[in-house]
Design a protein around this ligand. Structure first.
Ligand SMILES: Cc1cc2nc3c(=O)[nH]c(=O)nc-3n(C[C@H](O)[C@H](O)[C@H](O)COP(=O)(O)OP(=O)(O)OC[C@H]3O[C@@H](n4cnc5c(N)ncnc54)[C@H](O)[C@@H]3O)c2cc1C
Length: 217
């Protein structure tokens, strides 16, 4: 997959077009089977127009639903993704989406002695910045281990961990919510990591339910 330097405002976003590979993995765990047919069946209940259904009718019907803004019909289908190799900065943004459901790697129950970090490309490509970054990570790692050695619980030792720490999260949402998440988080003013991840999520969704998602490409 692709991503780029940290983007906090539109000026930096122009630089963000310089995208480079990362180890983040987006895995589709589950999706409503025959989702477009289900959406059509549910939506046609509003108009009692089942007689108009044939092999090709779902596409036309869903296009009309998307265009008209009658998006509640899209809530009948959903998809679940596992996202690993992203940072806590990314997961913190993702969990702001209140209509989705989440299960995330816990820093209370999982030891972080050997934590991995996500290095933003803007830092990776600047040797001075990378030195500052690595310094902080090593300090943080040592502080965590020292605190653990003093019998401080994981839930408290984690206070010294940086936003760069790698995390894993499973996200479930209905198609209406995925459309919103992707629209908000894939645009240029969004941050590079969540943008790149949403790009991968969108590809999967388009592969399984093209009519619902292809207008977002
Ligand atoms: C570019 C960008 C920059 C951002 N910067 C910041 C920032 O600086 N600080 C910050 O705190 N957040 C920031 N956010 C997060 C943003 O404020 C939202 O929390 C996040 O995008 C979730 O969007 P949402 O609330 O529309 O959607 P969701 O939580 O996914 O909810 C989906 C939809 O349900 C409806 N809904 C959900 N809950 C309610 C409710 N209680 N009342 C009424 N309607 C509801 C709304 O229509 C909403 O759009 C940023 C987001 C983006 C994309």
């Amino acid at each position: 997959m692709k991503n780029g330097p940290i983007e906090q405002n539109s000026e930096q976003n122009a630089v963000g077009e310089n995208i480079t590979p990362t180890s983040v993995k987006v895995e589709l765990l589950a999706i409503t089977p025959d989702a477009e047919r289900l959406i059509e069946k549910a939506g046609r209940t509003c108009y009692l127009s089942f007689d108009k259904m044939d092999d090709a009718s779902a596409k036309k019907f869903i296009k009309m639903i998307v265009k008209s803004g009658h998006h509640s019909v899209l809530e009948h289908a959903s998809a679940t993704f596992r996202i690993s190799g992203g940072s806590r900065s990314f997961t913190h943004q993702m969990v702001r989406h209140r209509l989705a459901s989440f299960s995330q790697q816990s820093q209370r129950y999982v030891k972080e002695n050997d934590f991995k970090v996500i290095v933003p490309p803007s830092i990776r490509e600047n040797s001075g910045a990378l030195e500052v970054f690595n310094d902080l990570i090593e300090h943080s790692r040592r502080a965590y281990e020292k605190l653990k050695g003093m019998d401080i619980r994981k839930e408290d030792a984690r206070f010294v961990l940086p936003n760069a720490v790698e995390s894993e999260i499973v996200v479930s949402a209905n198609f209406r919510e995925w459309r919103l998440i992707i629209s908000l988080r894939r645009e240029k003013k969004a941050q590079w990591e969540i943008r790149a991840i949403c790009e991968e999520i969108l590809k999967e969704l388009v592969a399984h339910a093209p009519t619902v998602f292809e207008d977002l490409l």
